[in-house]
Design a protein around this ligand. Structure first.
Ligand code: SF4
Length: 236
């Protein structure tokens, strides 16, 4: 059966592709910053949203003032992808690049994650991507634990609604926040942990791979473990 595509998902894809075209310097499309801004703001204010609990949570998050990060928010970053995905990739918080287009995992980090996902035989439209925290932090800064706690209701709603088989927790703080326990990350990484009838796979955040490329091998091992569970063949 063909799954209906929501306007919000279509707009997310359009924004993402326009951003890519702009970055590649391709002419002939209206990829102006103004157009990207309008799309991003439209998403942030949910003017193109679909109905249902996720859209409602996104609307609430776009006007939430429960923590200090709301002061950074011109455009919130809620999620991207398939709300029925089998795997959910979770980062910590959006930064400046993400806030510019209203979508998670942009720039160099996003490209790296896209490549990993593509090698798994998946893409941005077939997985679900989000961050624990929905409002942007300054680049290179981590959100305060109080903000992570304050924002957890939105993340819980995303997990409840998407119900992925696997949550890929990108980085130690994300894994510890989801599993609510301190983890010796060197031992926890790469091992599935049970979570509300799902499985959490703690692995390195792609930003760590930019700094320490030697960690790519370990991340790929973790992705292969996910692929075995989901019976994915990969793209190569
Ligand atoms: S980060 Fe989350 S809790 Fe804080 S203001 Fe934004 S939506 Fe609200």
């Amino acid at each position: 059966m063909t799954r209906p595509v929501s306007l919000a998902l279509m707009a997310q894809s359009i924004a993402s592709h326009l951003r890519l075209l702009t970055d590649q310097g391709i002419l002939g499309f209206d990829c102006s910053p103004e157009t990207l801004e309008i799309l991003a703001r439209g998403l942030a204010h949910n003017s193109l949203s679909t109905h249902g609990p996720l859209a409602q949570a996104q609307t609430e998050a776009s006007s939430c003032t429960e923590c200090a990060l709301h002061k950074n928010r011109e455009v919130g970053v809620f999620a991207q992808g398939d709300s029925k995905a089998e795997v959910m990739f979770v980062g910590l918080a959006p930064g400046r690049e993400e806030a510019r287009v209203g979508l998670p995992f942009q720039g160099e980090v996003g490209e790296l994650l896209d490549n990993i996902i593509k090698a798994m035989g998946l893409n941005r439209e077939s997985v679900y991507m989000c961050n624990l925290v929905k409002c942007p932090v300054a680049d290179g800064q981590a959100p305060d634990p109080t903000c992570i706690r304050a924002c957890s209701r939105f993340f819980k709603k995303q997990v409840e609604e998407v119900r992925p088989r696997i949550i890929c927790a990108l980085g130690q703080t994300v894994a510890e926040s989801i599993l609510k326990q301190e983890l010796p990350f060197s031992r926890a990484r790469g091992k599935f942990q049970p979570y509300l009838g799902m499985r959490v796979m703690p692995t390195h955040h792609p930003v760590e791979l930019l700094v320490s490329p030697e960690k790519k091998r370990a991340v790929w091992q973790d992705m292969q473990a996910i692929m075995r569970v989901l019976d994915l063949q990969g793209s190569s």
